[in-house]
Design a protein around this ligand. Structure first.
Ligand code: DAT
Ligand code: MG
Length: 150
């Protein structure tokens, strides 16, 4: 059975602030496997599509402007429970409500500059991975798996 995957994206503020290594480190150390990784400038239509469920919200235009304001790091991480656990590692949407120890709780203050995106369900993860990685992701086997999974 294929392992669960999540779409994780370091937003422009996270890239500009030099948090890429720190964030990758946390997912690697947890035991998850990196299957897709690229830095890219985001076209407006891609940002709008990614957040299409929020298009009626008053903050939608500012959200899209923020996502296209600089390069993002788009990633696919794989492993047991990665969607829900990734969300826990990321913290609450509003960083002021994020627990210390989470990425937003350690590195952010404002909801409009909250450093990182993580898929909120397995279904959204599949949609987002198809959207951001239409070329597909890298197939490789994590040989450390028997030391991470029983
Ligand atoms: P999350 O990123 O935690 O999945 P979301 O999907 O509800 O949160 O919203 C997507 C992004 O939109 C979020 O990371 C920051 C922005 N956002 C959400 N709620 C907001 C609000 N009330 N005011 C301003 N920006 C908001
Ligand atoms: Mg969301």
């Amino acid at each position: 059975m294929a392992m669960e995957q999540s779409y994780i994206m370091i937003k422009p503020d996270g890239v500009q602030r030099g948090l890429v290594g720190e964030i990758i480190k946390r997912f690697e150390q947890r035991g998850y496997a990196l299957k897709g990784l690229k830095i890219m400038n985001v076209q407006r239509h891609l940002a709008e599509k990614h957040y299409e469920d929020l298009s009626s919200k008053p903050f939608f235009p500012a959200l899209v402007d923020y996502i296209i304001s600089g390069p993002v790091v788009a990633m696919v991480w794989e492993g047991k429970g990665v969607v829900a656990t990734g969300r826990k590692m990321i913290g609450a949407t509003n960083p002021l409500a994020s627990e210390p120890g989470t990425i937003r709780g350690d590195f952010a203050i404002e909801v409009g500059r909250n450093v990182i995106h993580g898929s909120d369900s397995v279904e959204s993860a599949q949609r987002e991975i198809a959207l951001w990685f239409p070329e597909g992701v890298t197939e490789w086997t994590q040989v450390a798996k028997p030391w991470i999974y029983e």
